[in-house]
Design a protein around this ligand. Structure first.
Ligand SMILES: Cc1cc2nc3c(=O)[nH]c(=O)nc-3n(C[C@H](O)[C@H](O)[C@H](O)COP(=O)(O)OP(=O)(O)OC[C@H]3O[C@@H](n4cnc5c(N)ncnc54)[C@H](O)[C@@H]3O)c2cc1C
Length: 501
């Protein structure tokens, strides 16, 4: 008879391992959870920018926002500024949250597409969104739900944080709820002879740790899911050519902005992530187009402050494990796949896979139908995020060899349809449970220069003067609201670092 799962083993103590431990120990209180991590192997040591859904994780894991932000030296993130993607000197923002306000039943950008050529409305889409306007102005505040008529009622945000400190913070939470951590290196894995299910992991020194469900959080190596179970990997390098990153922190500058910068470079792009105590930087690049040496030199030449450590190169293969869940192993984090950090989605994928595991939690029978459902959902989620990232590369307007090659990427069918629909009349549809909402697609596609040829015909049912007034009203209200917001630096110092009263 199938029994409830009692013993869970988490292999790995990076962001994925400790997120798993913190969430499971909070929501599944009668599990015996063991986590094994190796100080000698260490963690990948990057992964600092998130998307707003992380607030759901924190809430479910019972995390207090200010305490978490203090512990992880976090800053607020309103979006990502893409500099140079649409040609040198260009800039646009993918902000979280809404753009303007709908009129009738249409989204604002349809009216903007019609009116933008008139010279009578703001040209920049960023002027119509509280997130993007505030981000460019370096301002931030949390939402004011007590002001239901104002754009301030709903300010969508995420965080930048120190990934190492985040794992340490979660460890404190998880251990406080009884998760047992063992430091040591897994050197062997015991499998059932009949079906290959994993029975135990064996540590250097001989300790054997038994389990029923194994969560593989061992990072890119995929210790259980790949090295043991040989699950296979779907390589997406032909769709997303960057395969390396070089990362280095640098000293803070007064420019403490509430957004990530993603600046296009000759053979990839550079991230800049401002934290309270330092700035995280990295150059994600295609090794076919630049050497590690040159990429490192480019990164070091483009830091805003003094480098605080030696630059570190990380090699990766974009793609996903053919099955995230195989037998009694669920791969979460980098062991399950990797999409480059352009839209800060990896930590989100950890979260979504954990929630998926909870919603499809097995018993000892490990029903294959449950596992198939998990894998189908995972495949869908990964591939739709992949498509969103591809759109940034495909629609670039740069002239170096990497960027020219990206304009020839053979697009996946779902993405091709999305771009065609948008190009025709600015229409975009969220595909089922895909992560990125219409607002994200609209900002990125327009930002990358895909201005729709036309707009929804319903726009023409509104008098032109009404449209001009409507667009100007939105931009005016946004400017006024941004004007009353404190600077991001003041807000963090006053509301977070010092602790709210
Ligand atoms: C260049 C780059 C930039 C990124 N930026 C972002 C970002 O901005 N936002 C975002 O959301 N994500 C980002 N990511 C992804 C993010 O870093 C990862 O999703 C996150 O850190 C999770 O990593 P992990 O826990 O899966 O793996 P790791 O951090 O590699 O942890 C693996 C763990 O397994 C342990 N382990 C491995 N083998 C053994 C063994 N044999 N015995 C015992 N223990 C073992 C290690 O000791 C470690 O504790 C980025 C990734 C890269 C490569």
């Amino acid at each position: 008879m199938p029994q409830p799962i009692r013993k869970v083993v988490i292999a790995g103590g990076g962001t994925a391992g400790w997120m798993a431990a913190a969430l499971l120990s909070r929501l599944a209180t009668n599990l015996d959870i063991r986590l094994i991590e190796s100080d000698e192997i260490g963690t990948i040591g990057v992964g600092e920018a998130t998307i707003p859904a992380i607030k759901t994780f924190n809430r479910l894991a019972g995390i207090d926002e200010d305490a978490f932000m203090r512990a992880t030296q976090a800053s607020f993130k309103l979006g990502i500024a893409f500099n140079g993607w649409n040609g040198e000197g260009s800039s646009y923002m993918h902000g979280f949250g809404k753009i303007g306000q709908d009129l009738g039943w249409l989204r604002m950008h349809h009216y903007w597409v019609k009116a933008r050529g008139s010279g009578r409305v703001p040209q920049n889409l960023a002027d119509y969104s509280i997130n993007t306007a505030a981000a460019y102005a370096g301002r931030f505040m949390r939402s004011r739900p007590d002001m239901p008529e104002s754009p301030l009622r709903d300010i969508a945000y995420a965080y930048h944080f120190d990934a190492g400190l985040f794992a340490r913070f979660l460890r404190g939470e998880a251990e406080g709820r009884g998760v047992r951590r063992t430091e040591g290196k897994i050197i062997d894995v015991a499998q059932r002879s009949d079906d290959g299910f994993i029975e135990a992991v064996v540590l250097e020194g001989g300790e054997r740790i038994d389990g029923e469900l194994f969560i593989d959080c061992s990072g890119l190596r995929g210790l259980l899911i790949e090295q043991t179970l040989k699950t296979g990997y779907e390589d997406w390098t032909h769709l997303l050519p960057c395969d390396r990153a070089v990362a280095v922190p640098c000293a803070s500058t007064p420019d403490f902005v509430p957004y990530t910068k993603a600046t296009a470079r000759a053979a990839g792009w550079q991230w800049r992530i401002p934290l309270q105590h330092r700035i995280g930087n990295g150059y994600v690049f295609s090794s076919a187009h630049i050497s590690e040496y040159e990429a490192t030199a480019t990164l070091l030449a483009n830091l805003d402050g003094e480098a605080l450590a030696d630059p570190r190169v990380i090699r990766f293969t974009t793609g996903r494990r053919k099955k995230s869940w195989n037998r009694n192993v669920v791969a979460i984090g980098l062991s399950g796949g990797f999409l480059e950090p352009l839209e800060s989605t990896s930590i989100h994928l950890i979260q979504s896979h954990l929630l998926r595991l909870l919603s499809l939690f097995p018993d000892t029978a490990f029903d294959p139908r449950t596992i198939d459902e998990f894998n189908a959902q995972s495949e869908f989620e990964f591939s739709r995020i992949r498509d969103f990232i591809i759109a940034h590369y495909y629609l670039n307007n740069r002239d170096e060899p990497l960027w020219r090659a990206c304009r020839d990427i053979a697009l996946p069918e779902a993405l091709r349809r999305k771009l065609d629909n948008f190009a025709a009349a600015g229409r975009v549809f969220k595909d089922g449970e895909e992560l990125f909402a219409e607002e994200s697609w609209i900002q990125v596609l327009i930002g990358q220069g895909l201005i729709p040829e036309s707009y929804d015909p319903f726009v023409d049912l509104q008098p032109d003067e009404r449209i001009i007034r409507y667009l100007n009203d939105i931009a005016r209200v946004i400017t006024k609201c941004v004007g009353v917001m404190p600077s991001h630096a003041d807000y963090v110092a006053g509301q977070v670092a010092a602790g709210r009263m």
